[in-house]
Design a protein around this ligand. Sequence first.
Ligand code: ATP
Ligand code: MG
Length: 433
Amino acid sequence: MIHSGLQLENNPDYDFAFEVVQRLQQAGYTAYWAGGCVRDFLLGKIPKDYDVATSALPDQVRELFGRKMTLAVGAAFGVVIVRSGRREIADVEVATFRTDLDYIDGRRPSQVVFSTPAEDAQRRDLTFNGLFYDPMADEIHDFVGGQADLENRIVRAIGTPADRFEEDKLRLLRTVRFAAHLDYEIAPETWDAICKNADKLKVVSAERIAQELRRMFVDRHRVQGLHLLKESGLLDATPFGAISGGIKEHRPEWQHALETARLLSSPGFPLVLAVIERALLYAPDESDELNRHRFAELGRELRLSNQEIDHASWLVLHHQRLSQPQVRPLSELKRLLVSPCAEDFLHWERAAAVASGSSLDDVEFLERFLENTPPEVLDPPPLLGGHDLIAAGIPAGPGMKLLLDQIRDAQLNLEITTREEGLELLGRLKPNV
Ligand code: ATP
Ligand code: MG
């Protein structure tokens, strides 16, 4: 069994994917598990989804499982979804063995012809993604040398690499993602073809590029991924390259960013993004506003949410800005640490300090401060609001904001603690507005 040792009892996804193959075979068709799920089993991982490849034509699949239980999502390409009928059980994608023809727009075939398992394996991207497994007979069908490459920890394009990347440019990124994630070597011919064709990644939609980058950035082996992206020239073909005006060779910031990224433990995407933005896009001599503008442009290009864009920008613009926190006013510390990004901020400060071998005193002081300051002290309800100032005859506008800030600072600095003291301070500050 390719999955001996894995806990698969009471695994309904597995049972359902098994049943789909069983029913196809009992109806006289050839049917195997295919691609990613076979690879995952051989790597000792339980797949998150199953794909089935079969000799049955889409209509035959629909007939066998019933119209109601199937979705003809890509019937023209031979793909039918067989629904489990239960929300907690993953649907299975059943695809007729096929050969892809006439790639258009650098991503998709315009036409397919139904064919044999051996030919179907040839259309897949990497050798270890081109495996079939028959769960009934417990047999692997390997037409592309995928098992040997898995054993030798090699990522290799099926067929002639340059042609395969020419057909579908997304494979450039998938190859690098798998190499990094698995910590495998990329076969020399495959690597050469990636480097030669890196620039062609630009035809791939920003969403798909972003999806791949997102997965690479949060992966445990994100540094391998970033290194391969940069060395191959792929990073330059992403919006990072376009917006930074070309990624300069050997920027010392880049090396530092890699060291820092290596030290982050299970970071979210915006934090890793921020570390990369800082190295590639941040211009210390320009205003925060201009920098923020550039990060937003990148974020929009990568179709990130506004929240992710703002989160990353906040981090870049606050990184290493608060030196010697021990001598700073409480208000400054509190305003910083009350941010929803504070945890990521500290995570980054620590990693960056370790990466450059500098003292951890500052970050440890801030960590302790955050730990020891209860929320109601860190972010107490304001003593006065805009309506209080209006009642005191101060018109809404920048002047009012300035006053409110000053009163807030006094509160955070524990100089005033009651509304009365707030009003009294307002009375003293007012003549200066
Ligand atoms: P993961 O699900 O972890 O991203 P996967 O390899 O399972 O990895 P899927 O997108 O689920 O990726 O694709 C399933 C299978 O389809 C792959 O294993 C591969 O055989 C094939 N495949 C996917 N994308 C491509 C592609 N761009 N070119 C050729 N074959 C592909
Ligand atoms: Mg998959």
